[in-house]
Design a protein around this ligand. Structure first.
Ligand code: AKG
Length: 341
């Protein structure tokens, strides 16, 4: 049925009337032109938007009022529409919002997964209040106020001087127990197959960020989790070939960096106070391009969970791998030879 077809397409209808309807079979991909569809729709009332995507067999209409949408639902659902030589039967269903679809959707880097609403508001609150930022707590976990943000480590300290961890010097405080249900959910959902043993909490105020970097291969295992709490931000991923993918990280979402996205792409957050993000708003504020809007940054706290690596890294990306660099290439930490007289 058209209903299950829409579900398959990621369009979900609601039973309560709204101003917006999906018009199944009324799409450009079904041979229906804009003029042919808008004529009967307009007879039911004034339209706000009519969205027709190039290859889809359905369209979305938003009326000025819910009353008009109801009228359209009553009169047009199940009705035949003549378009050129053919006729199609229209099926209408209410939708909460018109999904925004880019003409050419940007693909996420290989191996990157973003899961929205991974934690509830209650869990978010619990996790945030569990972090003691007071300096008195400094002896149990390493706490730093980096130029760009506040940082706190659990399990092992991440050293920014050599971008590595002292694997033989675990911190007194392990991963806080509030995190365990979240991590167990990651295992159950097969997002990770081994429990992390290191946590870095970063707190960014509006205007702060983190420079682009690849987490040191020899320091951590493959999959790295980053749980975003508080305000949303935009993280940029850069491939060595120059490709850049900006990923919006909403509050309470989980970012899973594995494979190529963990080993080859850098990730970072540009320090700024506003991000340009896609929107579904049909009437964007002045000075913004249609389909894009400005999102004001707020305080964001991220929990980055990693697993310390005990064996050299054997990833498929030797060009970016410190475990696999040729011995002839001197590393920064190598002691320098005494100079000849
Ligand atoms: C790091 O601590 O190395 C990060 O990349 C943090 C990422 C984040 O804030 O989500």
């Amino acid at each position: 049925t058209s209903h299950s077809l829409l579900k398959h397409e990621g369009v979900s209808t609601v039973s309560q009337p709204t101003k917006s309807l999906v018009v199944a079979n009324g799409g450009l991909g079904n041979g229906v032109s804009r003029e042919e569809l808008s004529a009967p729709l307009k007879e039911m009332g004034e339209l706000e938007t009519l969205t027709m995507h190039p290859n889809k067999p359905y369209a979305f209409v938003t009326y000025r009022s819910e009353e008009c949408a109801r009228k359209a639902h009553i009169h047009l659902n199940g009705q035949k529409l003549q378009c050129g030589e053919n006729s199609v039967t229209l099926y209408l269903g209410y939708v909460d919002s018109v999904p925004c679809e880019e003409e050419t959707p940007v693909r996420l880097p290989e191996g990157l997964i973003l899961v929205g609403n991974f934690v509830s508001q209650e869990e978010e609150e619990l996790l945030l209040t569990g972090i003691d930022w007071s300096p008195a707590n400094d002896d149990v976990t390493a706490q730093k106020s980096l130029k760009h943000r506040r940082v706190k480590h659990y399990g092992y300290e991440f050293r920014y001087d050599n971008n590595n961890v002292d694997k033989d010097k675990p911190l007194a405080a392990g991963i806080p127990e509030e995190c365990l249900p979240v991590l167990e959910r990651c295992v159950t959902n097969k997002l990770i197959n081994i429990m992390p043993d290191q946590l870095t909490v970063n707190q960014y105020e509006s205007g702060q960020g983190i420079p682009p970097h690849v987490d040191t291969h020899s320091a951590f295992e493959d999959t790295i989790l980053s749980l975003s709490l508080g305000a949303q931000t935009v993280m940029e991923f850069c491939h060595p070939d120059g490709r850049v993918v900006a990923v919006v990280l909403p509050g309470r979402s989980l970012l899973v960096m594995g494979g190529e996205s963990r080993y080859l792409w850098t990730h970072g957050i540009t320090p700024r106070k506003f991000d340009v993000v896609p929107t579904c708003d049909p009437q964007p504020p002045a000075h913004t391009m249609p389909g894009l809007t400005l999102s004001k940054r707020g305080t964001r706290t991220s929990f980055t969970f990693r697993r310390i690596r005990r064996e050299p890294c054997r990833c498929a990306f030797p060009s970016a791998c410190d475990s696999q660099t040729a011995p002839s290439a001197p590393s920064a930490s190598e002691p320098s030879l005494p100079s000849l007289p």
